[in-house]
Design a protein around this ligand. Structure first.
Ligand SMILES: Nc1ncnc2c1ncn2[C@@H]1O[C@H](COP(=O)(O)OP(=O)(O)O)[C@@H](O)[C@H]1O
Ligand SMILES: [Mg+2]
Length: 262
């Protein structure tokens, strides 16, 4: 088996970007409190992923999932430890990242594809498929600044899934977009997974992780809280038992339905 991703004792520290008033700074000093200048978004994270594995990355908001994906995709570097990745990466780490509002959907597709390592010829050959998947219709030649957030997501996702890659990463991409598009994305991700591409998928939806992944990593305040079986990971996530919010359950049921559809 080939190793696809190695994350070794990785830490990432961010500075608080707070802008306290002079009064607040002086008050804190007088009280002997010093606002801490930095915090660790990731703290000693280690794991390995084999080529073809499909990993669900889960955890509460702020637990470090997006930061970890950015390190894996090379958008950021770790402060400590190392991240090794074998092969070409495609995917979406943020909706609309790298898009230019004043350019048309068409121009943005070419630009985005180029950023993901596609040549103009490759993009030409795949353009019709990308456009059909994005399904933004007659808005293809209008500036994306006028797109709805759902349309933005469709365009970005559509480019990402048409890039030949060894590793596919997706950060909560299904959070926006309507049901038919979500269904289409899940279906396409299933194909990607079945073709032996390593998948690294951030999602809050237990149902889609169950459907899509053979292993789950749960981040807990920047550390690996759990790494292993998906069912176990989901149990781990519900350890505090506060999942009886009616809305959350509705959402889960709808996701379950959607996941079972594909
Ligand atoms: N560029 C940044 N500068 C400062 N703090 C950041 C930055 N990116 C993320 N953080 C902080 O790091 C923590 C982890 O964020 P993130 O990885 O986005 O979490 P998640 O994706 O799990 O919700 C959060 O507290 C967030 O505010
Ligand atoms: Mg995130």
């Amino acid at each position: 088996m080939t190793t696809s991703i190695v994350v070794q004792d990785v830490s990432k520290t961010f500075r608080y970007q707070a802008h306290p008033t002079l009064k607040k700074v002086l008050q804190d000093r007088l009280r002997g409190e010093h606002a801490k200048g930095s915090f660790k978004a990731l703290d000693g994270v280690s794991f390995e992923v084999q080529q073809g594995e499909s990993i669900g990355l889960m955890g509460l908001n702020g637990s470090g999932k997006s930061t970890l994906l950015k390190l894996v995709s090379g958008v950021m570097r770790p402060d400590e430890g190392q991240v090794l990745v074998r092969g070409r990466i495609s995917g979406l780490i943020a909706t609309g990242a790298g898009f230019h509002n004043e350019l048309s959907g068409r121009d943005n597709i070419y630009m985005n594809a180029a950023m993901l390592g596609m040549t103009k010829e490759e993009t030409d050959a795949k353009f019709d498929d990308i456009a059909a998947f994005a399904d933004v219709g007659r808005f293809m030649d209008t500036p994306v600044g006028n797109y709805s957030s759902g349309m933005f997501a469709r365009l970005g996702f559509s480019v990402a899934v048409h890039v030949d890659c060894d590793i596919f990463i997706a950060d909560e991409v299904l959070a926006v977009g309507d049901r038919p598009f979500k269904r289409k994305c899940l279906k396409r991700m299933k194909e990607i997974r079945e073709s032996g591409i390593t998948m690294f998928y951030v999602s809050h939806s237990a149902a889609s992780v169950k459907k899509m992944c053979d292993r789950a990593i749960v981040l807990d305040k920047g550390t690996v809280g759990f790494d292993g079986d998906v069912e176990e990971a989901i149990k781990f996530l519900h350890y505090d038992g506060d999942d009886d919010e009616p809305d959350a359950e509705d959402e889960d049921e709808r996701d379950e339905e959607l996941a079972n559809d594909i």
